[in-house]
Design a protein around this ligand. Sequence first.
Ligand code: ZN
Length: 298
Amino acid sequence: MPIVCVLGAAIDKSDTEPLLMAYNASMSATTPFPSWLTAFTGINQWPGPDPPYIPLDFIDFSKIPNHGLRGMGVCPTTRDSCSFDCYKCVSYDDVYTCPKLSQSFDDGPSAFTDRLLDNLNHKVTFFTLGMNVVRYPETYLKAVQKGHLMGTHTWSHKFLPSLTNEQVVAQFEWSIWAMNATAGHLPKWYRPPYGAIDDRIRVIARMFGMQAVVWDYDLFDWRMETVPPTKTKQQVLEDARRFKAQGRGGFTLEHDAYASTVDAAIEVSKIYGPDQLTAAQCVDSFDYIKQYQEDDGK
Ligand SMILES: [Zn+2]
């Protein structure tokens, strides 16, 4: 099967429905909205799923390539824009594999992330949604304190290639502010929702100092949450054993958004074993753009 079909399946509507259910079930923001952010934005509460664009002086719109906008499941006719979701194209600074077989988690924090944190005995990478960071700040901080690497998965999980440049900036800036307000750090690593990335998105992210992290192995764990389910926990674990049996390194995509995927992830961690790396460790890089100290007056 051509890879474009595999990825097409990953971004069909069944991928978005469980996520929307997670949103509806979530509580409202609990991270206090910081005064420095009000001073900068003129806003005094965390935004909804369509965050406002706030201009930033380091975003140079003249340097952003114009590849046009495209919707979910729509691919460009040429490969000039280096789309990962359409053609599995990776750029020079994308992290797309790892020397060791390693787990990474998208879409959290959620009400189920705590259980995952209590059952992991190795470090992993979490790509968090800003909206969920401010809903579950204590869970986010617990992950940080346990030494896991925190990256961003944008503010509200939009299909980035369908957004204007300003909307893409807003998705990144609000997710970064959520992480900074909650844990005092600025992310170095991001994972585009649905793996939907091209050079327009990469150029914008690089202006924030961020690099993309994609994956080599997809466990499709979210298919346990489609209605009806299109994958069983047993099938997820069989895939994990198959990946492990290949004896190669690599990055696995999983989700900490549901009880079912967290249950499976705990079993996957036993199959892979504790000898895993975070995204930063995979490429011998650093964890965060900046980590503020308590007395930095943030
Ligand atoms: Zn996601």
